[in-house]
Design a protein around this ligand. Structure first.
Ligand code: NAG
Ligand code: NAG
Ligand code: NAG
Length: 313
């Protein structure tokens, strides 16, 4: 006779307590950048003095199969049941528990961490809430390269890593779309990130500017880099030096002919007037001029002119 009554009272209390015991999620959606830390929060009521021994906390991830992210059973942490995806990356911030806050920190967030999490709390009663975690990987750092292939032709390359797949759009100074002249390739890099490389092959004069824009449609985010052809002074110098040397050779030849002609005239006159010719200083000056011009053609080749990194925030 006594047993059903005890059970009845227990069930009554359990329902009564459970009705009072509600877990809340102040924020039901978290968006975090790949590689950063995230702290997700659930709150529960603590009436009176906090009793750690009575507390059970469980964070689970709802994937194809349920994954245990973190477990605290009656005040004891249980890492044996933790899924390998989260090994060494979760911390329950214990100092906040007595305030009724269950704060779970996940460090070095991976793309695969994205999804729905359930925080269950048992403390007298029991309840849970669901939280959505979104992970984004913007194309932040764009590596760029400008290569001259001679004859006013240039190979411009932009490369970056992110998620999801980004389109690469090319524009010139006038914001004309040059994307159809570019070639973009996608590789899968570390942790599901896409390594996107785009190369634009274009004929351009110097002192020109081009833009590569990584358009992450899903995140509605654009990151871009500016490529200056003007800054790539080496290739330009090479072309100009060639011209300068050509011109100075012609000038030297002309000057030489004139000089020889003058020497000849003077000689002829000297012969006639019986005077000594004085052309040696002019000849010395000529050879000195020639020397200064010759050394400038050092070692210019078609080559990589510039390689730099732009950090965008
Ligand atoms: C993430 O948390 C860990 C451990 O608390 C810390 O060492 C690290 O600096 C944090 N990283 C970032 C990006 O805040
Ligand atoms: C893009 O690259 C592929 C493979 O390297 C090549 O076959 C194709 O001709 C290239 N297209 C353009 C427009 O450069
Ligand atoms: C990103 O750039 C593309 C191409 O220029 C444009 O169509 C799109 O509207 C831009 N999106 C945002 C969010 O700025």
């Amino acid at each position: 006779m006594e047993k059903p009554l005890v059970l009845y009272i227990f069930l009554f209390y359990w329902h009564f307590l459970n009705a009072l015991f509600t877990v809340e999620a102040p924020q039901s959606l978290y968006t975090v950048e790949h590689g950063k830390n995230v702290t997700m929060e659930c709150t529960f009521p603590v009436n009176g003095e906090f009793r750690f021994r009575d507390l059970s906390v469980s964070w689970e991830k709802k994937d194809e199969s349920k994954k245990q992210v973190y477990a605290l059973l009656k005040g004891e942490e249980d890492f044996k049941s933790q899924h390998s995806d989260f090994k060494g990356r979760t911390t329950l911030l214990k100092e906040n528990l007595n305030l009724g806050q269950s704060l779970l920190q996940i460090t070095d967030v991976k793309l695969r961490d994205a999804g729905f999490y359930r925080c269950l709390i048992g403390y007298g009663g029991a309840d849970y809430k669901t939280i959505n975690l979104k992970v984004k990987a913007p194309y932040k750092t764009i590596n760029q390269r400008v290569v001259s292939t001679g004859d006013n032709k240039w190979k411009l390359t932009c490369q970056s890593e992110g998620y999801p797949q980004a389109e690469v759009i090319w524009k010139n100074r006038g914001y004309e779309d040059l994307t159809d002249k570019a070639n973009t390739s996608y590789e899968t890099g570390s942790d599901q990130l896409y390594r996107v490389t785009s190369t634009l092959t274009i004929k351009s004069r110097i002192d020109e500017v081009f833009y590569c824009i990584f358009w992450n449609k899903e995140l509605q985010e654009n990151t871009s880099a500016v490529l200056h052809i003007a800054d790539s002074a080496d290739g330009v110098l090479w072309a100009e030096n060639r011209r300068f040397i050509g011109a100075s050779l012609i000038a030297t030849a002309l000057f030489g002919s004139v000089l020889l002609f003058m020497v000849y005239i003077r000689k002829a006159r000297a012969y006639k007037d019986n005077r000594i010719p004085v052309a040696s200083s002019s000849i010395a000056k000529l050879s000195k001029d020639k020397d200064t011009h010759d050394c400038s053609d050092a070692s210019f080749e078609d080559q990589e002119l510039k390689y730099m990194q732009i950090e965008k925030n």
